[in-house]
Design a protein. Structure first.
Length: 572
C-alpha cells in the first residue's frame, strides 16, 4: 500500500487498551490513526477502503530489551529482519559495541538506525566493563560519557545496571549516573540475578531500577514483580528458560514485557519470527492472546514512556500495525509503520569509520601459552581434579563442575571423548594480552575448534576446541579478518563469518547472515555440537562475568557468584 489515506474496514482489532478482540473501522491518514470506530458505522466517502473482515489487526510489536550486536548485524540488516516478522520498534542497549569503541558506538548505531523504518530507541550503557576488576574492555566509560548520552531524546534511560558489586559498594560515578537519569525522568533498567534477599533489596533501592530482566527462577521473577518492577520475559535460541504461562497467570499479565535480549539467532528469526514467535508460543502455552499481545505492545510503551505515540491502535497515535490471518498462529504477513507497508523495505548500507573497523589488536599466542600446566607439587599424580564450566542449554547460567583429568607429562589436555573441551579467552584490545585457558563441558564438539571475537561483554576472542593447534588457527583467522566466528579442523579453516564492525557485526543483508550461520552451525552439528545455538553459547555462556556461576574472562577462571578467581586445577 502506497496511499496515505485509507480505511481498514471491519477489521478484527486486537484492542490492547480494552484487552479484547472487536470489529472496528480503522482510518489511517498521513501516518497516523485518525479514527477507530465500531464496525459497520458510517465512514467517510471517497477514501480507499480495504476489506479486513478476515484479518486481525494488531499494534506493531515492540522488543522491550535487545542488543543488535548479538544478531551479528548492525542496525540496517537488523531492522530489516525485525520488520519482516512484525516488530516495529525495539529498545536497544548497545553496550557490546560501546565496550569496543566507546559511546561513539552508540552514536554510529543511532545514525544507521535513522536510515531504517524501524523505531529504534536506545539505552545508555553504564557498566563498561560490566564487571570492573574481573575483565578488561576496550574503553572505560566515565560519568561524562553516560550523561552526554542520556541528554539525547532518542535515549530512553540507563541501560541494565549489571555490575552489582560496583553498585552495592555505592560507586560514586555509577550513583551519579543513576541520579542524572532520575533528574531527566528516564528509565533505569535493572540486572540483579541470584542475589540474596538483602542484597536484592539494597540493589533495587540504590539503583532505582524500574525494570528487571535477569532472574534465575520463576520464584525470583514473581518476587521482583511483587516489588513493583516491570519484568522483561526473554525468548532465546537456547530454548525456553521458564514456563512463562505461569507468570502470566499469577500476574494477570500486568507489567510484563516481551523481549529477546538479543538472544535469538538470525537463523531462528528468519525461520520462526521475532517477538511474533514469542507471542505465538505463549498463546500455545495457554496465555490469553490479547494478554500476550499486550506484553509485546502497550506494556513496553507504557514502561518507557512511548505510549503517547505507539503501543496501541488509537486515534492520534502513529499508524504502526501488523496484519494476520490467524490470531492463535500469530504469523504477521504485513508490517506497517506510519501507515506504510515496510515488510520488505530495503535500507541503505552505511559506511563505517576506520576506528570501528580495525579493533582487534591481539597478537596470536604460541602453543606453549595455551597449555594448562600442573603445579610442581602435583606433577607426580596420574590424575588431577579440575574445575569445569558446565553449560546448561536453555539458560545463560553455567554450573560449577569438577572432573578427574589425566596428567600428560605435567599438562592437562582437553578430553573430547568425555565432552571436556578447552576454552581459551584472549584479550584483544592490545597485543600484550596473555591467553587464559580453562575447561568446558556440554558443548559436544568432537574435533577441531570453534570461536571468534564475540565473548560477552567485553568482546574478547573466545575459542572452544579439542586441539590447541586448531585453536591457534581460529585465533589467527580472527586477527587477520579483524573479527568474526570461524571453525577450523586439522589445521584447515572450514567455514566462518567475517564480522568487521567492531569485530562483532556485519552490515551484510540479514538473509545472507542467516544462511551463512545456518551452514556453519550445520557443520558444527556434524562435528558433534549439541547446544541449540553454538555462536550464542560461545558469546554468552563462557565469558559473561555478570551472570553466575563459573566463567572464563581475560583475567582467568572466575567464580561469578563470589567475584573471586579460582585455579583451573584444584589443589589437593
Amino acid at each position: 500500500m502506497t496511499f496515505t489515506d485509507y480505511i481498514l474496514r471491519s477489521a478484527r482489532l486486537v484492542d490492547v487498551k480494552r484487552r479484547e478482540i472487536r470489529r472496528a473501522e480503522i482510518r489511517v491518514s498521513n501516518g497516523r490513526f485518525v479514527s477507530v470506530e465500531e464496525a459497520g458505522k458510517t465512514v467517510a466517502k471517497g477514501i480507499k477502503a480495504i476489506d479486513c473482515s478476515a484479518v486481525f489487526v494488531s499494534p506493531g510489536l515492540i522488543d522491550g530489551h535487545t542488543h543488535t550486536e548479538l544478531s551479528l548485524m548492525s542496525m540496517a540488516p537488523f531492522a530489516q529482519m525485525l520488520l519482516r516478522s512484525g516488530t516495529t520498534a525495539a529498545i536497544i542497549d548497545p553496550h557490546d559495541f560501546v565496550n569496543v569503541v566507546g559511546m561513539r558506538g552508540l552514536k554510529l548505531l543511532q545514525k544507521e538506525a535513522v536510515k531504517t523504518p524501524l523505531r529504534a530507541f536506545f539505552m545508555a550503557p553504564c557498566c563498561v566493563p560490566s564487571a570492573a576488576g574481573l575483565e578488561d574492555s576496550g574503553v572505560r566509560l566515565t560519568y561524562a560519557d553516560v550523561a552526554g548520552a542520556l541528554s539525547s531524546e532518542r535515549v530512553l534511560g540507563l541501560a541494565e545496571v549489571m555490575d552489582t558489586a560496583r553498585l552495592l559498594r555505592r560507586d560514586r560515578a555509577l550513583l551519579k549516573m543513576i541520579k542524572t537519569a532520575g533528574k531527566l525522568n528516564k528509565v533505569v533498567d535493572g540486572h540483579c540475578p541470584a542475589l540474596s534477599l538483602q542484597d536484592e533489596s539494597r540493589y533495587l533501592r540504590i539503583s532505582r531500577a524500574k525494570t528487571e530482566h535477569e532472574s534465575v527462577s520463576i520464584a525470583e521473577i514473581l518476587r521482583k514483580h511483587r516489588r513493583g518492577l516491570w519484568v522483561h520475559l526473554r525468548r532465546s535460541s537456547f530454548g525456553r528458560e521458564y514456563p512463562y504461562a505461569e507468570v502470566f497467570r499469577k500476574t494477570k499479565g500486568e507489567r510484563l514485557m516481551l523481549s529477546t535480549d538479543g538472544c535469538v539467532s538470525p537463523v531462528d528469526v528468519m525461520r520462526e519470527g521475532h517477538i511474533s514467535a514469542f507471542v505465538r508460543e505463549l498463546i500455545a502455552a495457554g496465555v490469553r492472546p490479547v494478554d500476550a499481545v499486550c506484553a509485546a505492545t502497550i506494556n513496553p510503551a507504557l514502561c518507557y514512556g512511548l505510549d503517547r505515540e505507539i503501543g496501541s491502535i488509537e486515534a492520534g497515535k502513529r499508524a504502526d500495525f501488523i496484519l494476520m490471518k490467524d490470531l492463535n498462529g500469530f504469523a504477521p504477513y504485513k508490517t506497517f509503520i506510519n501507515g506504510k507497508d515496510v515488510t520488505k523495505t530495503k535500507a541503505a548500507r552505511m559506511t563505517f569509520p576506520v576506528y570501528a573497523l580495525n579493533t582487534v589488536k591481539a597478537k596470536s599466542p604460541d602453543l606453549d601459552a595455551l597449555r594448562i600446566q600442573l603445579p610442581r607439587n602435583m606433577r607426580a599424580l596420574s590424575r588431577v581434579t579440575v574445575n569445569v564450566i558446565g553449560l546448561r542449554d536453555g539458560s545463560l547460567i553455567t554450573e560449577k563442575k569438577r572432573a578427574q583429568m589425566k596428567n600428560s607429562n605435567g599438562v592437562v589436555n582437553a578430553d573430547p571423548k568425555r565432552d571436556i573441551l578447552k576454552a581459551v579467552v584472549l584479550e584483544r584490545f592490545s597485543n600484550a594480552g596473555r591467553p587464559q585457558a580453562g575447561f568446558v563441558k556440554g558443548f559436544g564438539l568432537k574435533s577441531g575448534a570453534f570461536g571468534g571475537s564475540i565473548g560477552q561483554d567485553c568482546q574478547h576472542i573466545c575459542v572452544i576446541g579439542c586441539d590447541d593447534k586448531d585453536i591457534i588457527t581460529v585465533i589467527d583467522r580472527v586477527i587477520r579478518e579483524q573479527g568474526g566466528i570461524f571453525y577450523a579442523k586439522d589445521g584447515r579453516m572450514l567455514d566462518g563469518l567475517r564480522l568487521p564492525l567492531g569485530g562483532i557485526m556485519t552490515n551484510r543483508p540479514a538473509t545472507e547472515v542467516a544462511k551463512r550461520l545456518e551452514r556453519l552451525e550445520a557443520l558444527l552439528r556434524r562435528s558433534g555440537v549439541k547446544v541449540a545455538s553454538p555462536y550464542l553459547t560461545l558469546s554468552l555462556q563462557i565469558t559473561l562475568a555478570a551472570i553466575p556461576a563459573l566463567k572464563l574472562t581475560n583475567r582467568g577462571l572466575l567464580d561469578a557468584g563470589s567475584g573471586a578467581f579460582i585455579d583451573v586445577v584444584r589443589s589437593r
